[in-house]
Design a protein around this ligand. Structure first.
Ligand code: COI
Length: 457
């Protein structure tokens, strides 16, 4: 066994040292013991590299900073971006590895959570050893490593979703949700950094990057890496509505009436954003609404009421309200709406989720819910709907139509809060649901990494 790589905790003595007589520790006790060990830093501890990286702070970014940085792309800037990414990825992974080390032993031995831990450890070891990126060739190699890692991590979200359901009862639900929120936020952050750098590298190498070769077209200049400078709320809602309606036609009997989506309000509201983040949230909300209306009226002939979307623009925000008449959220579900681990339909969710590994084994490139990436990035540069080759997959995310991880709402809220926005739901029992998505449209807020949002003027 290679110390620090194959052992679950990067430390062969882990079990002996941290596992009590009954085989597990509370996260708190475990953490205290761990903190003590880190302070003493015994020479035998092979995870000292991890300790060193855990001591580094993540350097947060904002959409505005990313945009200014990527707008005038020169070779030194691209190399700066590469080195930021090279240092930031292992720092951010190290923090999550340390979090996982503070979980009770019985939790980290869950096969799905252990798998994620191993993936993260492998990625940490890979990135922390990389030397400074000094040339464009170094950068090309670096981008290949990043892309490979992004692919390797494709199963992380379904594995975590299954893992937290399987460990139910072993941790307090609030602790589990906090752990999930932090790990998912961090994952979004790493993927933003990684994908932004890959996109900047692609832009740098593209022939149209050099004005004398070919002038910038409007479409190209609307993107700075992954950031779409002119996200129009109405267009996004329309695109997500079309994709969701299409998905419902595939999922349900194609003769069932599908509710139309009516959009009103400030139809010109435009702001810079990462398109795939917004499409995930809006797609998820519309899907819930459309599905609720269809299911509620499945065996009735009545005309289906539309989903009403109101877009409202203020100086700092764009608010999108999505209202449906799908009957509201059932009482037994309402208290657990934002939980990853709790809720009355655990068995059903687990059953659905256990189909995921098989699916992932059959198609490497399959996009899994909650996981956004290059698949969509390439699509959006042409047209979202054209990006998908598989007619049985969702036009927006490439997921199979009936595949649900059951974490769409909490995941959407994490995406909304990531760039200083918010997501709230109001259920009117027996009538329908109003979802309020607030987007910070100035892009000047730092990414939200932990439970505390660090603001950036
Ligand atoms: C992730 O997908 O979780 C990552 O951390 C990917 C990144 C290391 C490229």
């Amino acid at each position: 066994m290679t110390p620090g790589r194959t052992s679950l905790h990067g430390c062969p003595g882990y079990r002996r040292k941290y596992v009590g007589a009954r085989g597990s520790l509370t996260p708190q006790l475990h953490h205290r013991r761990h903190a003590h060990a880190a302070a003493a830093a015994p020479a035998w501890r092979p995870s000292s590299a991890l300790d060193e990286w855990v001591r580094r702070e993540a350097r947060p970014i904002s959409l505005r900073r990313l945009t200014f940085f990527g707008r005038t792309l020169t070779e030194p800037r691209l190399l700066d971006s590469a080195n930021y990414c090279r240092l930031e990825l292992p720092t951010r992974i190290a923090h999550r590895l340390r979090d996982m080390q503070t979980l009770p032993y019985v939790v980290v031995t869950n096969s799905h959570i252990a798998h994620v831990y191993e993936l993260y450890y492998k990625a940490f070891e890979r990135f922390r050893r990389l030397p400074e990126i000094k040339t464009l060739e170094d950068n090309d190699k670096f981008c290949k490593t990043v892309q490979e890692t992004l692919r390797e991590h494709a199963t992380v979200i379904p594995r975590l979703a299954i893992g937290v359901l399987e460990i139910q009862g072993l941790m307090k639900p609030e602790e589990t949700d906090k752990f999930m929120t932090t790990i998912l936020r961090s994952r979004i952050s790493r993927r933003v950094i990684a994908e932004q750098h890959i996109a900047l590298t692609e832009t740098f190498h593209a022939p149209w990057h050099f004005p004398e070769a070919q002038p910038l077209t409007d479409t190209n200049s609307d993107f700075v890496g992954e950031i779409f400078l002119r996200c129009n709320a109405k267009e996004i809602v329309e695109r997500c509505a079309n994709a969701t309606q299409e998905l419902m036609r595939i999922t349900y009997d194609s003769n069932l009436p599908i509710p139309e989506v009516k959009i009103e309000g400030h139809l010109d509201a435009t702001f810079p954003y990462i398109l795939s983040h917004l499409e995930y949230i809006v797609g998820e909300l519309l899907r819930n609404s459309i599905q609720a209306v269809i299911e509620q009226r499945r065996y009735k002939d009545a005309k289906v009421p539309p989903i009403e979307v109101l877009i409202c623009e203020t100086q700092q925000h764009v608010i999108i309200r999505i209202s449906d008449q799908g009957g509201g959220i059932p009482r037994d579900i309402l208290p657990h709406l934002w939980s990853f681990s709790k809720g009355p339909r655990r068995e059903k969710r687990l059953e659905n989720l256990l189909r995921v590994p098989k699916l992932l084994a059959t198609t490497q490139e399959l996009q899994v819910p909650g996981d956004l990436g290059t698949h969509q990035r390439h699509g959006k540069r042409t047209k979202c709907n054209e990006s998908n080759q598989h007619s049985s997959l969702s036009p927006l995310t490439g997921r199979p139509p009936d595949l649900r991880l059951g974490i769409g709402l909490p995941m959407s809220r994490i995406y909304a809060e990531y760039w200083a926005g918010s997501l709230e739901l109001h259920s009117l029992e027996g009538y329908g649901v109003d979802a309020f998505l607030q987007i910070s449209k100035l892009g000047n807020k730092n990414e939200r990494l932990t439970t505390r949002a660090s603001m950036d003027a």
